[in-house]
Design a protein. Structure first.
Length: 313
């Protein structure tokens, strides 16, 4: 069974988000939401939206919340007054609300350049492509400021993973989710304290245990947002190993989602191909020897075979 989302992981996200119960009473608000409302979170929790805004400015969001509660389907709309794009997702407690400022800032990874892919590949419905691209832009912005992973690495690994997915016969309509999942594979690291994530020295065993929680944090971030659930297989499972010795679930063999198995090979290839502070880049022959040597233990042998095929070997 998947874990219950821990919304506190959203505390430091720059985007505003909140959870309300079926009476539109705030159960959770992140810091950005409280700051925007010029209140403390303690002042907001337990109070209804109407109590905090006793006028007609809340009519629009309340009507859409009622629609979400009634249909248990996601709702998205633009507030003509504030110019916010607002997404409401059904969750067990009631609804998850995410405010997206328009226009979104451009990230270093040019996600908007892939917007046509989303529409052509039959991924997200065309009516909501723009808002979904904007929302993923926001996640990438958050990831940019928390990790030291290069944007070139992220993009190359995402492209390679999509290539392998095509070779594996994954339907074209699913490729957009795989691409975004690969781009956001380390999104859970925004929940790791800076003292650990950016530590220049060797991590202690306890610190490693905290680092290994980042796939769980990715689940907590993505699961409340309906369309991001389709991107979750890579962020949640990319540290699983074919032999069952990975984390966070210790999945084995084909229990591991195929996109995560493909990503694992692409990620190791590109990571070992680049210089790091603690080592020089490996030669391609050495990397290939390592990947083939880990086939059937760290990696799915079929994923390795597809990678060799993609490389023309």
């Amino acid at each position: 069974m998947l874990p219950t989302p821990d919304y506190t992981i959203l505390d430091h996200l720059t985007a505003m988000c909140a959870v309300v119960d079926f009476n539109c009473r705030y159960l959770y608000v992140n810091k950005a939401t409280a700051k925007h409302e010029q209140m403390s979170r303690e002042e907001m929790l337990g109070r209804t939206i109407l109590e905090l805004h006793p006028n007609n400015e809340t009519d629009l969001i309340l009507s859409h919340l009622k629609e979400c509660f009634r249909t248990r389907r996601a709702v998205e709309f633009e507030d003509p007054l504030s110019k916010w794009k607002i997404k409401i997702e059904p969750v067990s407690e009631g609804a998850f609300i995410h405010w997206i400022r328009l226009p979104a800032s451009k990230t270093k990874v040019k996600i908007k350049g892939n917007k046509s892919l989303s529409m052509l590949d039959g991924g997200f419905p065309p009516r909501s492509v723009e808002s979904r691209v904007l929302e993923i832009d926001g996640w990438l912005d958050a990831l940019d400021v928390r990790t030291k992973e290069t944007n070139a690495h992220i993009t190359v690994v995402a492209d390679t993973t999509v290539t392998l997915a095509r070779l594996a016969g994954i339907p074209e309509g699913e490729l957009v989710y795989i691409r975004y999942g690969a781009l956001l594979h380390d999104i859970g690291k925004i929940g790791i304290p800076d003292a650990i994530l950016l530590k220049p020295g060797t991590l202690t065993p306890d610190e490693w245990n905290i680092i290994r929680k980042h796939p769980l944090y990715a689940y907590d971030l993505f699961y409340p947002v309906e369309f991001l659930r389709g991107c979750l297989s890579i962020p949640y499972s990319h540290h699983e190993r074919w032999d069952g010795t990975g984390y966070p679930q210790g999945l084995k063999g084909e229990q591991i989602p195929l996109p995560a198995r493909l990503f694992a090979v692409a990620d190791v290839w590109d990571t070992l191909s680049a210089d790091r502070v603690y080592r020089k880049a490996w030669q391609p022959e050495k990397i290939m020897e390592y990947i083939q040597g880990q086939s059937g233990s760290q990696f799915d042998s079929q994923a390795v075979d597809l990678f060799l095929r993609a490389k023309g070997i």
